[in-house]
Design a protein around this ligand. Structure first.
Ligand SMILES: Cc1cc2nc3c(=O)[nH]c(=O)nc-3n(C[C@H](O)[C@H](O)[C@H](O)COP(=O)(O)O)c2cc1C
Length: 392
């Protein structure tokens, strides 16, 4: 039996990915920063809300489609940018982009992808965003923008929560550093998973496909490339730089990594069309607030002037329903589709997307509301006194 057939939810795909990958590689997907308080909080935040269905509403024909930053999508899910996906499966970003296009949802390609902007652009006609950073070398940023435009990416997504790389301690313990620390444990771990490394060896060498050969110093092995990329992270970046980038791009633009109402207002002031409420899936600042917890105040501050997207901890259709009821336009997911990719390549990604689609559809019917009808009346905060805005 195809092992994917026994994967009925994202948890099953996670378990399948865990079996398939060396521990160090699985932990690289699964882990978060430091004590992983934020990683856990991203999930547990959803548990603070109960759903309150409305019954005897006509749910025979529920539209699943929605529009995010001017783009029509088949259901309210967006695939978050994740770097170097060929580490998890030889088909990497190609498989993810193709599955997203087939499903009719947006794929966000990471700047740090292992397949290039041009290749992904040529591969699918599906809705695509390109994730970008403000790099020290602004001519490189201009070049990225021009390449994304030429390859038909419809929106740009600026990630703002990587001032420095988060302290991911699972990777340190596992020796998954640059360069790797080949401890006996890591060597054994890799040796136990021949299917994984044979897949890796079958393809061209892993590289940061968007950067390789694009600038002096951006060449050579992965280690040299990573050092180059690290040197390009500009720690002096401000709102003025983000505003500059919006002008350079001239199209739909989102900022990813907003966690406060004040920053959401600043983003609106410089002209963003999308606000991605995110803590990078708990991989950057540990103890940062969970997106679902800060979503209501951000939706309030944005007041319909941009689309708000919730990113982090989404594993179930009910999570999406809760985020939408709090005013998000769509949810982004990272690890869920990577588990699928690791478990079964393109078919595994398709499985993850299918799970989300059917869960969202079923949950909307059970809640008794179409996407546009969802609202605070469908939620109840647990353990809070009556009188709180969501407890009516
Ligand atoms: C393996 C991995 C690589 C990631 N790489 C990037 C990246 O290159 N750029 C970026 O903006 N976010 C990156 N992220 C963060 C995701 O875009 C997203 O914010 C996060 O995965 C959301 O949380 P979730 O995994 O709980 O859905 C990465 C996440 C993972 C798990």
């Amino acid at each position: 039996m195809n092992p994917l057939e026994s994967c009925h939810d994202i948890g099953d795909l996670r378990a399948a990915a865990r079996r398939r990958l060396p521990r160090a590689v699985f932990d690289f997907i699964d882990g978060g920063a430091e004590d992983e308080v934020t990683l856990r909080g991203n999930r547990s935040g959803f548990g603070r809300y109960d759903l309150v269905p409305e019954v005897l509403t006509d749910v025979a024909d529920l539209a699943m489609t929605t529009t995010v930053m001017g783009q029509d999508i088949a259901y309210p899910l967006i695939l978050a940018p994740t770097g170097m996906s060929r580490i998890f499966h030889r088909d990497g970003e190609r498989a993810v982009a193709a599955a997203a296009a087939k499903a009719g949802i947006i794929y966000s390609l990471s700047s740090a992808s292992s397949v290039s902007i041009e290749e992904i652009g040529a591969l699918t006609q599906g809705p695509k965003w390109f994730q970008i950073y403000v790099w020290r070398d602004r001519s490189l940023v201009r070049d990225f923008i021009a390449r994304a435009r030429a390859a038909d990416f419809q929106a740009l997504c600026l990630t703002v929560d990587v001032q420095v790389l988060g302290n991911r301690q699972r990777d340190l313990h596992n020796g998954l550093t640059v360069p790797p620390r080949f401890t006996p444990r890591l060597v054994l771990d890799l040796a136990w998973h021949p299917r994984w490394w044979l897949g890796l060896l079958a393809g061209p060498p892993l590289e940061m496909a968007n950067v390789v050969g694009k600038a002096p110093g951006a060449d050579g092995d992965l280690r040299t490339m990573m050092r180059y990329v690290d040197s390009q992270f500009d720690r002096s970046v401000t709102w003025d730089d983000a505003a500059w980038m919006i002008r350079e791009w001239g199209g739909p633009f989102a900022i990813k990594g907003i966690l406060s109402a004040e920053d959401a207002r600043r983003a609106i002031d410089i002209g963003v069309a999308g606000i991605i409420v995110s803590n990078h899936g708990g991989r950057q600042l540990d103890q940062a607030a969970a997106p679902i917890d800060v979503l209501p105040e951000i939706v309030d501050a944005v007041a319909g002037r941009a689309d708000v997207i919730l990113d982090g901890g989404v594993r179930r259709g009910t999570d999406v329903v809760k985020a939408l009821a709090l005013g998000a336009k769509a949810c982004m997911v990272g690890r869920p589709y990577l588990y699928g990719l690791a478990a079964g390549g393109g078919a595994g990604v398709a499985r993850a997307l299918g799970v989300f689609r059917s869960e969202i559809e079923r949950d909307l019917r059970l809640v008794g509301a179409a996407i546009d009808d969802l609202g605070p009346r469908h939620l109840r905060l647990k353990d809070v006194p009556r009188g709180y805005p969501f407890n009516r």
